[in-house]
Design a protein around this ligand. Structure first.
Ligand code: NAP
Ligand code: ZN
Length: 348
């Protein structure tokens, strides 16, 4: 066991304490990582505030982890001290079920173990990346390619994989007309990845305030959803819509923007249910779908893809004392476009 400084929320919505947490002793297949940077995902906020229910406290959030290997267990061949590595949303799975064997550990039938706000198979709570060290099984560690800065790689471990996987699954490529709803952490990465895949990308944002950035990220078109004309002008025009919004939307209004056989893919995870009218689907054989994070092989491919195509999040690097403000700005859609914590500041 070793102890490491961490930011810990004692109860739902309470301010973070600077504390120390215990990490397990290095097992044969484990990697000890000196965390350098951890992104702030809106999921951290949902969970710290217990908006999804079932949160476990005290909670150390953080599943966008980038750091350097400090030590490895005796059976680890893939990593050695000094390697630049990342850890995303998962830290364990059974490794034997059909989904684990297919590299889609997020669907593990035994249940995948989340990086924080979960329990390992030993029943102990998991603690995430708002801390300075973590011990993770080597199956859940990925290499950060040379072309990516560590602090830029961090947000890709959730925002990148969560958007890359559905874009790949629904065959986004040359000629795909794709709309991305919400240009926050996930959305601004989705725009870049989809554009790099060859899609014609439209951003649907609440206002036009981020239009220049959206076009710089690779979007061809940018519309404000506060302008009602947007919904008439864009009727039946998209093959796919990727919804990255953390709040409920008028689903029917967005379904009507899809062409025949179009799909609305939800990755945003509001706490309250959405509703829709069946006629919005029936009239054009449309689908509503969802997608959760991604497995480890896809996580490595996504990082390699981003390095190769120059995809990188636009981040604001902050110290530990700025996390509360950052949460506030994320909730007000005032994030440009991902906060990343310099975890060295946690002990100061
Ligand atoms: P974020 O940075 O807050 O981005 C969400 C964006 O949605 C905002 O920037 C804003 O964009 C738009 N938005 C916010 N409130 C809105 C409202 N009331 N109406 C319309 N648009 C609104 O959050 P994120 O970190 O990207 O995460 C987005 C969601 O995905 C969260 O619910 C998170 O929990 C979820 N998530 C899911 C997965 C998964 O596996 N499926 C993984 C990670 C995160 P504009 O200002 O451009 O309108
Ligand atoms: Zn996340």
């Amino acid at each position: 066991m070793s102890s490491t400084p961490a930011l810990s929320a004692p109860s739902a919505g309470a301010p973070f304490d600077t504390t120390t947490i215990e990490r397990r002793a290095l097992g044969e297949h484990d990697v000890l990582i000196d965390i350098k940077f951890c992104g702030i995902c809106h999921s951290d906020i949902h969970q710290v505030k217990d908006e999804w229910g079932g949160s476990i406290f005290p909670m150390v959030p953080g599943h966008e982890i980038a750091g350097v290997v400090a030590d490895v267990g005796g059976a680890v061949g893939k990593f050695s001290a000094g390697d630049r590595v990342g850890v995303g949303c998962l830290v364990d799975s059974c490794g034997e079920c059909e989904y684990c064997l297919a590299g889609e550990e997020q669907f593990c039938t035994k249940r995948a173990v989340p990086t924080y706000n979960g329990r390992g198979y030993d029943g102990e709570p998991t603690f995430g990346g708002y801390s300075q060290q973590i011990v993770v099984s080597d199956r859940f560690v990925v290499n950060i390619p040379d072309g990516l800065e560590l602090q830029d790689a961090a947000p890709l471990l959730c925002a990148g994989i969560t958007t890359y996987v559905p874009l790949k699954h629904w065959h986004v490529g040359e000629g795909t007309k794709l709309a991305v709803i919400g240009m926050g952490g996930l959305g601004h990465v989705a725009v870049q990845i989809a554009a790099a895949m060859g899609a014609e990308v439209t951003v649907l944002s609440q206002t036009l305030s981020k239009k220049d950035d959206g076009l710089r990220f690779g979007a061809k078109h940018y519309h404000a959803t506060s302008d009602r004309k947007t919904f008439s002008e864009l009727a039946s025009s998209f093959d796919l819509i990727l919804n990255t919004v953390s709040a409920n939307l008028n689903v029917d209004a967005y379904l009507r923007l899809l062409r025949v056989d179009g799909t609305l893919i939800n990755v945003g995870a509001p706490s309250e249910p959405d509703s829709f009218n069946a006629f919005s689907l029936i009239g054009a054989r449309r689908s509503i779908a969802g997608s959760a994070i991604g497995g480890l092989p896809d996580t490595q491919s996504m990082l390699d893809f981003c390095a190769q195509h120059g995809v990188a999040p636009q981040i604001e690097l902050i110290g530990a004392h700025e996390v509360a403000d950052a949460y506030d700005r994320v909730e007000r859609s005032a994030v440009r476009y991902r906060f990343v914590i310099d975890v060295a500041t946690i002990s100061r």
